[in-house]
Each structure stands twice: as C-alpha cells, then as structure tokens.
Design a protein around this ligand. Structure first.
Ligand SMILES: Nc1ncnc2c1ncn2[C@@H]1O[C@H](COP(=O)(O)OP(=O)(O)OP(=O)(O)O)[C@@H](O)[C@H]1O
Ligand SMILES: [Mg+2]
Length: 409
C-alpha cells in the first residue's frame, strides 16, 4: 500500500518538474523576444534623436545665414504678386520688377500684394516683410490728435473766433446747418496778419473744439529738394486727411509755397510752383462735404498768389490784427493767470506802454517780468518788473543788451 503511494508521488513530481522546465523555456523565449523588441525601439529612438540633432543644427545654420542676409543692406520693394512655388513678383524701389524667391521664415499669409518687403541686395529674395507705416514722405507733417489750446487762451480775437466757428467748427460738427440753408461750407479759411498775433494759436483752438484730427504742415517743409516730392507730399497730406476725417489740414506759413509765381526759371522756383499747383488742384478736387477743412496762416499775405484766394479755394479770409489796447489787456491777463502779482500791477498802464506789441511780445514781457522777480527773489511780480521788462523787450537796444549779456556772460 505504501509502495503504491510512493510510486504515485514519483510520477507526480517528474511530471511537475517537466511542466516547470517547459514553462521556464517558454518564458525565456518570451523574454528574448521582448528584449529584442526593446532593443529595436531603443535603436529607433536613438535614430530619431540623431535626426533631431541634425535638424536643429541645420536650423541654427539657416537662422544664422538669415541673420547674415538681414544685416547686409537691403533694398526696399513692393510685392506685386505671389506666384507658385514660393516665387513672387516684386517691384524694387528703383522701378523694375523682378521674380524672386522668399525666405522660408516668412509666413505665407504675410505675403500679400501691396506690402513693403525687404530684399536681399544680391539675389533680391524677400528676407522680411516691413510692417505697414504711414508713408515716410508724410513725416514732414505733424498729426496732433487734438491740441489742448482753447478759445479762452486767446485774447482780443473774439470776432475772428466767431468767423472761424462758423466756417470751420460748424462745417465739421454741424454740416446739416449748411445743408438746411442750402450752401456749401467754405473749403478753406486763410488767417492772415502780422507775425506773433495768434494765427497758429487760433488754428489750434479750432482743432480742440472740433475733436477733429489736426494735421499741421509747415509750408517751408513742403519745399523739397527733389523734383515732384513737394507735390507728392501735398497729395499725401490730403489723402491722410480723408482717411482720418473729420480732419483739419492746417498749412502754416502758406507764403513759402503760395507766393506769387514769378517768372523765375530756376529749378527751385519751378519746384515750388509745382507744389502750389498740386495744392490748388487738391483744393479744387475737394467737394466740401465738410469732413475735411483747410486752414492756412500767413504773415506775408501781400505776396500770395491770387489764385489761392479765389472763391472755391481759400474763400474765407480772416484778418488777425496787432492787438489794440483792450486786446493787449486781455492777452496780459491770460498770460499772467498763473502768476502771483503784487497789488500795484496796473494792466491798463502796461497796455498803454506796449503800443504796437503783438501777442508774442506781450507773452515775452510777462515772462521777462517773472524772471526779474525771480532774480530778485521777490514774493510776487510788481509793476516795476513789468516796466523793466517792457524796456527790455520793446526796445531793440535793450534786446541787444539782453542777448550779449546771455551770450558772453
Ligand atoms: N491773441 C493772443 N492771445 C494770447 N496769446 C497770444 C496771442 N497772440 C499771440 N500770443 C502768444 O504768442 C505766441 C505766438 O503766437 P502764434 O504762434 O499764434 O503767432 P502767429 O500769428 O502764428 O505768428 P507767425 O505769423 O509769426 O507765425 C503764442 O504762443 C502765444 O503765447
Ligand atoms: Mg504762426
């Protein structure tokens, strides 16, 4: 009985160990397989890593090459059209058109016909898209969104202010009034009068009141060296005004382009004429719907070309005179507003002493009086300071003294 059981146990254990050996072999095989798979994945990973490094190196190389291309001088061109396979037609600033390639770092969406591009100097390929800016030619003009001068800072020019209000302010802010009455708002208003009487000031105040864009161009800056450039600037100014309407174009020192056309054959003279002609034609081509208004100022109205003041161009003329006594008092009050004044200051007397002084001179007198008080470390500005200042400013010899004092001290 015992023997039988032993034999049974023997069979069991041999069978079991056979099974274990089998199982082990199986597992070993599987392990080998997995090992191989792992190895394969590992090499693939290595390969990918190598490739990545290679690409990175290539990218660095290309970037440095691009930087190099960018540092050499580049031409400016305009993109005319985009062709297939990364080719584009550009017009270089000198005129001719070229078919060129473009840097792969430029996004396709950025290349639109009409944009300005930088071109490599040697092979003219597009290396960058230049961000859009206002035309460089328009740099001579100054755009003041809204200056901060108001009518109450202008003394003694109430009548002029009324006229400007009617002609410019209402034209820009209430065009319906003109429509109701059935007339066109005036196209242009010319402020004329002696120097320093507040013409520029008036123009700025109008701009403040209307919330219009105020584009100030100085006539002399429109007189350019190169042929056609002045005329182009005039065109640009009008174009910009239309874009930013409601707008006021203010041409200060109009006489420098609007002087009567002399029969002078010098190229400079001809260029000034060309600029003036452009201005005249821009003004003619303007329908005065009222959203753009043209203001101009000059202190040399005697030399202005009559064509400019023909109706339909500058059809409102506003004379800005030298201030009379009453106006002088008002101007003095404006400029001394923030000053600490002694009780003895008598503006009537100061106004009497400043016969023929313009607004700018009165302002200079106030400043000078203030400086006197500062020099003598006073608490307030006295009448005597004003009278000394008047002597200084009104009397040319006093001016010589003052300047030589400053220059050779
Ligand atoms: N009526 C005035 N009221 C107050 N300040 C004035 C007046 N007129 C002139 N001024 C002062 O004089 C300065 C110069 O004036 P403004 O520039 O307007 O003169 P302008 O008439 O344009 O002279 P120009 O013909 O020489 O260009 C102003 O900044 C202002 O301080
Ligand atoms: Mg002026």
């Amino acid at each position: 009985m015992d023997l039988e059981m032993d034999a049974d146990a023997d069979i069991d254990s041999t069978e079991f160990s056979k099974y274990v050996v089998d199982r082990m072999q199986q597992l070993e095989l599987k392990n080998d397989l997995l090992e191989k798979q792992y190895q394969k994945v590992e090499t693939e990973k290595q390969l990918a890593e190598d490739q990545r490094l290679k690409y990175e190196r290539e990218l660095r190389k290309l970037r440095s090459e691009l930087d190099k291309l960018k540092t050499t001088p580049q031409l400016v061109g305009t993109l005319v059209n985009v062709l297939d396979e990364g080719k584009s037609i550009v017009r270089s600033s000198t005129g001719p058109e070229f078919i060129v390639g473009s840097s792969q770092f430029i996004k396709d969406g950025d290349l639109k016909p009409g944009v300005q591009v930088a071109l490599n100097k040697e092979h003219l390929s597009i290396v960058a898209v230049i961000p859009r800016s206002e035309d460089p030619l328009v740099q001579a003009m100054e755009v003041i969104e809204s200056p901060d001068i108001d009518y109450d800072q202008i003394g003694g020019l109430d009548k002029q202010i009324e006229v400007l209000k009617g002609a410019v302010e209402f034209a820009l802010t209430k065009p319906e009034i003109f429509e109701r009455i059935g007339i066109d708002p005036p196209k242009g208003v010319l402020l004329f009068g002696p120097p320093g009487t507040g013409k520029t000031l008036l123009a700025k105040a109008v701009a403040t009141r209307t919330d219009a864009t105020f584009i100030r161009v100085v006539g002399s800056e429109l007189v350019q060296k190169y042929i056609g450039e002045g005329a182009r600037m005039v065109r640009d100014v009008f174009e910009m005004a239309r874009k930013k309407a409601p707008a006021i174009i203010f041409i200060d020192e109009l006489d420098s382009i609007g002087a009567v056309r002399l029969d002078d054959a010098s190229s400079g003279g001809r260029e000034v004429q060309r600029t003036l002609m452009q201005l005249l034609s821009e003004m003619d081509g303007f329908n005065s719907r009222g959203d753009v208004c043209i203001l101009a100022a000059t202190n040399r109205w005697d030399v202005l070309d009559p064509a400019l003041i023909r109706p339909g161009r500058f059809d409102r003329l506003v004379y800005v005179p030298i201030p009379d006594r009453e106006a002088r008092v008002k101007i003095l009050l404006i400029h001394t507003e923030k000053m600490r004044l002694a009780d003895d200051v008598d503006f009537d007397r100061i106004a009497t002493l400043t016969e023929d002084a313009n607004g700018a001179a009165l302002r200079a007198i106030v400043m000078e009086a203030g400086m006197c008080a500062v020099r003598e470390e006073k608490d307030a500005v006295h009448q005597k300071d004003f009278e000394d200042a008047i002597k200084h400013i009104m009397n040319p010899e006093g001016m010589v003294d003052r300047y030589s004092e400053g220059m050779f001290a």
